[in-house]
Write a protein that binds this ligand. Structure first.
Ligand code: CA
Length: 302
């Protein structure tokens, strides 16, 4: 198995860095720090800590976002789906719909667009006064119609589509499974769930965000694992490991001029002072060239 070491790109010290999206037109990496509701834009430079980063403050936690075909940013967070409009240092939120308006303690987590321009995003179950409120997995159509794909998920996380758009890989973190669904690109429906890999590494370590490369292999961030696995979904085999100098690796995406750089986000939330002393770069954004390319992100819209 091949092993790679990720390098620090930006010492962000993010609480919960997540949702990296490469913007091809700007040659910039956008990502979010979920809990403080910060949308970041990072322009990679050469070497360590020379990347230029700026951020915008959203009015609530933002789990994920996608660029739209007309150059806007569509996000999903604790108030459902909506547009994020950078204005000065703020990111104004313009609501589109909130399929969990009746679940005040849930919030949206990870999401991505399909090739037809729908934005699929899932939420996290919550527990309040001893009552569990399940999360869901949703698809927002460019027309503004939101439909439920799954109605009982715990921590909806990584998703990735195959290049032909007919298979959706999906992680509900506490299952420790990477699942696959048949995806119907015309109707935007999912069916036939099966498990393609297990990521079972012990307490506190669960599969989180993921992306896919042009060979069809998955790159899965392991929360609590300090690494990314490259997994062949046809066999479940691990083909490569990327070691990251951060305990809570959260997500990754391909980008750069040739889509050959894998960008990795991480988190500091919940780490003890001792863990932070051992892993001071936790919360940073990292990069590595693992020898394979990814594909541009589909955009939201018709
Ligand atoms: Ca995540």
């Amino acid at each position: 198995m091949k092993t790679f070491e990720a390098r620090l790109l930006y010492d962000a010290r993010a609480t919960l860095g997540e949702g990296p999206v490469w913007n091809d037109a700007e040659q910039a990496l956008y990502w979010v720090d979920i809990q403080p509701g910060l949308l970041h834009r990072l322009v990679p430079g050469a070497g360590v800590q020379v990347a230029a980063d700026r951020n915008w403050q959203a009015p609530m936690p933002i789990g994920c976002f996608a660029f739209t075909r007309d150059g806007q940013i569509l996000a999903a967070g604790s108030d459902g789906y909506g547009y994020l409009k950078p204005e000065g240092d703020q990111a104004v939120f313009q609501s589109v719909c909130d399929p969990e308006a009746d679940k005040p303690y849930n919030r949206f987590n990870d999401g991505k667009c399909d090739a037809q321009g729908r934005f699929l995003a899932g939420s996290m179950a919550s527990r309040h006064d001893g009552v569990r409120t399940p999360g869901g997995f949703y698809s927002l159509d460019p027309s503004g119609t939101c439909r439920t794909l799954l109605d009982d998920v715990s921590t909806s996380n990584g998703l990735a589509f195959t290049a032909d758009g007919r298979t959706l890989y999906y992680i509900d973190s506490p299952t420790n499974e990477v699942a696959a669904f048949d995806y119907d690109p015309e109707n935007g429906t999912i069916a036939n769930r099966r498990v393609v890999a297990r990521v079972d590494e012990g307490p506190g370590k669960t599969p989180d965000g993921m992306t896919i490369d042009i060979e069809g292999n998955l790159w899965v961030a392991v929360w609590g694992g300090s690494h990314i696995w490259c997994i062949d979904p046809a066999t479940g085999d691990r083909l490569a490991e990327i070691r990251v100098p951060a305990i809570r690796t959260t997500s990754c995406c391909f980008g750069g001029p040739d889509y050959k750089t894998l960008f990795i986000t991480s988190a500091r939330v919940g780490l003890s002072d001792e863990e932070l002393a051992k892993s001071p770069l936790s919360g940073g954004v990292f990069a590595v060239e693992p020898g394979v390319a990814g594909l541009p992100f589909p955009r939201f819209g018709a």
